[in-house]
Design a protein around this ligand. Structure first.
Ligand SMILES: O=C(O)CCC(=O)C(=O)O
Length: 299
């Protein structure tokens, strides 16, 4: 659904001003909207999954390991598709608490796409280069939104999400380098004018949601604190927004309607999108792609 049509539907959770801020800036923090009951359930599920990673020695379809990972000191970059590995993650991703938030920015009919649980371990973590999300998983419109849940407090030293406000309105950058390698990164030299002034750190207490439009330029720094930064990311779109490449993070829940009705017609935005590599041949997660030419973000 296109933005103008989404505006014709009343907000369910946000204020009109919050929705307008999201449309204008491409990102939004909603503080303290997920209650302690959910946080407790999700943290227990996360603890089970971290425990299960202790015996894993190499990154696989479930876990992306961080350097130094081992049985006594598990260190993860990502639990890929948490909804596929623990029922509590799907219970949350399909719950009215989050579906209504997605509906405020996608319209009343909301479809689930995929999920990931990104960690940043204390005293290290991993940085994420500047990128847009949508070139990794193009859809027929730009309604897809990533809704992140900070499962613990996230302050400025913990590698919060950083977003360049308003960058979702500009043309998309190529996610390939000059040699045609997929990098999922935008070098600083190619960042939009005034990006430093427009960059905002999306810090928030545990239980807060952070919304990212699929075009907005974002990234994050390393976690320099002594506290872990678990960030549960669920991606939704309008029901009539159709993905047209293989889902890099497939799950049995892809395409499930979490609120409203299934679409009987697709919605098309006239702005096309660069195509990613063919993920049906495998997807290794963003870090390997970004590991080409190194340069830190937001120095
Ligand atoms: O986990 C992070 O800090 C960044 C996540 C992100 O940008 C992504 O998964 O696309």
């Amino acid at each position: 659904m296109l933005e103008a049509d989404i505006r014709n539907h009343p907000v369910q959770v946000m204020t009109e001003a919050q929705r307008e801020q999201f449309f204008a800036e491409g990102c939004l923090v909603l503080e303290n909207v997920i209650d302690d009951g959910w946080l407790k359930r999700l943290r227990a599920a996360m603890a089970e999954m971290i425990d299960a990673s202790r015996t894993v020695t190499e990154s696989d379809a479930r876990f992306v390991l961080e350097d130094g990972h081992g049985p006594t000191d598990p260190r993860l970059r990502r639990l890929t598709s948490p909804v596929s590995h623990h029922p509590e993650f799907w219970a949350f991703a399909s719950s009215p608490s989050i579906a209504a938030v997605a509906a405020d920015v996608c319209g009343p009919d909301v479809k689930f796409y995929h999920s990931k649980l990104n960690f940043k371990w204390p005293g290290g973590g991993q940085k994420f280069d500047w990128h847009h999300d949508i070139p990794a998983w193009p859809h027929t419109d730009y309604s897809p939104v990533t809704i992140g849940l900070y499962m613990e407090d996230c302050g400025p030293e913990q590698g919060p999400l950083l977003a360049v406000k308003g960058s979702h309105k500009e043309p998309l950058h190529s996610m390939y380098d000059a040699n045609g390698n997929w990098r999922l990164r935008i070098p600083e030299a190619r960042m939009p004018a005034h990006w430093q002034e427009n960059t905002t750190a999306l810090t928030a207490p545990a239980g807060s949601l952070v919304l990212l439009n699929c075009r907005v330029i974002h990234g994050s720094q390393r976690n320099l604190s002594a506290h872990m930064r678990p960030l549960l990311l669920n991606v939704y779109s309008s029901a009539d927004s159709m993905p047209y490449v293989f889902n890099p993070i497939p799950s049995p829940y892809e395409g499930e309607i979490v609120q409203g009705q299934k679409a009987n017609k697709s919605c098309h935005d006239p702005r096309g999108c660069e195509l990613p590599p063919d993920w049906s041949k495998g997807y290794v997660g963003p870090w390997q792609h970004q590991g080409g030419a190194r340069k830190t973000i937001a120095e």
